[in-house]
Each structure stands twice: as C-alpha cells, then as structure tokens.
Design a protein around this ligand. Sequence first.
Ligand SMILES: [Fe+2]
Length: 122
Amino acid sequence: MPEFTNPFIGKVPERKLTHEELIRAIRLDIAAEHEAVHIYMAHAEATDNPVARQILIDVANEEREHIGEFERLLEILTDGEERRWRDSGRREVNEMIAGISSDEDETTADGRERTVGSLKDS
Ligand SMILES: [Fe+2]
C-alpha cells in the first residue's frame, strides 16, 4: 500500500540495485500486486455499480497477469531456483490432495465417516 504521507518512500537510491537487492525488490513487487488484487476485488464486491464492478474486476485480473510476469522474472533472476521451490510446494500439495482422496475411502456410501460399527456392516 503506498504511503503517501512519506515523501521519501519512492526516492530512487544513488546507486543501482545489486542482483540480490533486485530479487528482493521483485518479491516486494509481487506482494504489491497481490495486495492490489485483494483491494480491487474487495471494492468490486462492495459496490452494486455494475460499471465500477466490471472495471475493478478487469483491473484486478490485469494485476494477476503482472504477478505472472514478476514470477517469471524471479525464475529467470534466480536461475530456476525459485521455480524448483515452487514446484516442490506444488508437489507437496498434490500429495496432500492425494492423501485426502484416499481418506474418502474411509467414508460410507452415504458419506458418513466409517467407524468400527460401520465396518461391520460392509
Ligand atoms: Fe500491476
């Protein structure tokens, strides 16, 4: 969220960013895009004005594209390390989902959780 009361918040430093500082800056930029999506969608949900809703949602979706651009840039800047961590996280979630799916086998045909008693019925 911009801090308009601080006139120095957007001041460009005297020197250029190092590579590591650039990576951190892009992470901050990604967070700012997520925050923008949150704000625009909250405003869209808070109004009945159809034109305002449509524009807010459209702009929120454009911010989502920006997130993708920054994430791709982060992959490039980190020489693929960022992508490997994200892929690892995705695999973990997929494994959790697979675990949840197999847990569904522990429910009865009508969706009730199996108990020792219901196991005797099957
Ligand atoms: Fe953006």
